[in-house]
Design a protein around this ligand. Sequence first.
Ligand SMILES: Cc1cc2nc3c(=O)[nH]c(=O)nc-3n(C[C@H](O)[C@H](O)[C@H](O)COP(=O)(O)O)c2cc1C
Length: 172
Amino acid sequence: MEVYECIRSKLKVREFKPDPVPDRLIAQMLRGGRWAASARNRQPWNFIVIKDRQTLAQIAQIASSGSFIGDAPLGIAVVMEKQGRPELDAGRALQQMELVARSQEVGGCVAGIRGEENDKVKELLQVPEDKELITVMAFGYPTDAAKARGKQRKPLSEIAHAERFGQGYLAG
Ligand SMILES: Cc1cc2nc3c(=O)[nH]c(=O)nc-3n(C[C@H](O)[C@H](O)[C@H](O)COP(=O)(O)O)c2cc1C
């Protein structure tokens, strides 16, 4: 799939078919994440692959905005070193995993897991205290309903500037 089309058509998916994500694809997603750039090339990430249904259900119960994880065949927890730019680096790795997944028709959705919920998921996944759990991202094959959903973005004219903030960029 052409890169721009892969990006444009990538949808968040919160409703999944029960089919498992093949191990070969999971490995390719992890490799995609590993190739992401990171500040000073520290590569401060760890990825926990979660397929166990009970664990996914437990995370879904804890994460108030991530109940969809309980319906996904796969979760990938992203655990970062705390120093540096953990959220920025994690976002880049996740995006690359998503694009590899999308190229094989697999979609997903990030769950923001914060505060006490974050502590509980960290404990469940036995994440060391000195590391930061950024998210658990759910992955799987989308249902037909999920595939039919559209995507909305602000117009480029609202967010793109030429040379200085506030000067409209006339995209061709
Ligand atoms: C950092 C981040 C956190 C997110 N947290 C949640 C979340 O907690 N729960 C949820 O249902 N969706 C979450 N999302 C999904 C966004 O709502 C979704 O990407 C956005 O609505 C755009 O979806 P689209 O690409 O299908 O248009 C999150 C996305 C990002 C990038």
